[in-house]
Design a protein around this ligand. Structure first.
Ligand code: FPP
Length: 252
């Protein structure tokens, strides 16, 4: 997994959108109202990425563990996803956004599954922004699936066990064909990764905010991007080595 050129604008932002439920509860409204407001924050975030030339935005919309939430909340979220898929695909197409999904999609109902496939197909030629929706996604499950794929390749004689290295694993996890996330953002005040992109976040800069997801906007995203620009990414090297690399790497 190459770190790519050193640049102060993140190419790939990955977000854990937390705090919808609390936002609604503080207003004495049902949690689903918070998720609906969260969908509007998703739109604002996509706008920001398009305006600023961010290449990839990965959003944690529904974790493998979220299936365990109360039935009515899961149903409401599925309805929300379905509505968003129906409404937004044309808009994504118009704006040059390629939509992709990662996660265990076999757990979704056929109507949702069909809409996910349609959205991917309809937008596959778009190049302005890749929007990755992590749905029924878990980082451990992602790594386990890569391990299973490796075992299958070994069993079929396509791979020798001694050929299994970081590159071989990295090629089989989600997002393998995209630049790794540069900036991870979590809203809602908790400072944990919660089984998101465990493999892919190895050298990602982490940024946390107490802001609840429905209140997330361009100003807060700008703070995160500015903070990212001030960080020094060393990938295990020293500051002096990074300074030399920066003079050797042609700027984009
Ligand atoms: C976490 O907040 C949020 C979710 C589990 C769902 C995220 C869904 C959206 C933002 C809706 C729209 C998304 C798309 C892609 C159209 P929480 O419910 O855990 O909040 P809490 O921690 O305050 O309870």
């Amino acid at each position: 997994m190459s770190s790519g050129p050193i640049t102060s604008l993140p190419r790939h932002i990955a977000i854990v959108m937390d705090g919808n439920g609390r936002w609604a509860q503080r207003r004495r409204r049902p949690r689903v109202i918070g998720h609906r407001a969260g969908a509007r924050a998703v739109d604002r975030t996509i706008d920001f990425c398009l305006e600023r030339g961010i290449e990839v935005l990965t959003l944690f919309a529904f974790s493998s563990e979220n299936w365990g939430r109360p039935r009515d909340e899961v149903d409401a979220l599925m309805k929300l996803f379905m509505g968003a898929l129906d409404r937004e695909v044309g808009e994504m197409q118009r704006r040059g956004v390629r939509v992709r999904f990662i996660g265990e999609r076999s757990r979704f109902s056929p109507p949702i599954l069909e809409r996910m496939q349609n959205a991917e197909k309809a937008t596959e030629g778009n190049t302005r922004l890749t929007l990755v929706i992590a749905a029924s996604y878990g980082g451990r499950q992602d790594i386990a699936a890569a391990a299973r794929a490796l075992a299958e390749d070994v069993a079929a004689g396509r791979l020798r066990p001694e050929q299994i290295d970081e590159t071989a694993v990295g090629a089989r996890v989600a997002l393998a064909d995209l630049p790794p996330p540069d900036l991870f953002i979590r809203t809602g005040g908790d400072t944990r990764v919660s089984n998101f992109l465990l493999w892919q976040l190895a050298y990602t800069e982490l940024w946390f905010t107490d802001t609840l997801w429905p209140e997330f906007d361009a100003a807060i995203l700008q703070q995160a991007v500015d903070d990212y620009a001030r960080r020094e990414r060393r990938y295990g090297l020293t500051s002096a080595q990074i300074a030399v690399q920066a003079t050797e790497t042609p700027s984009e």
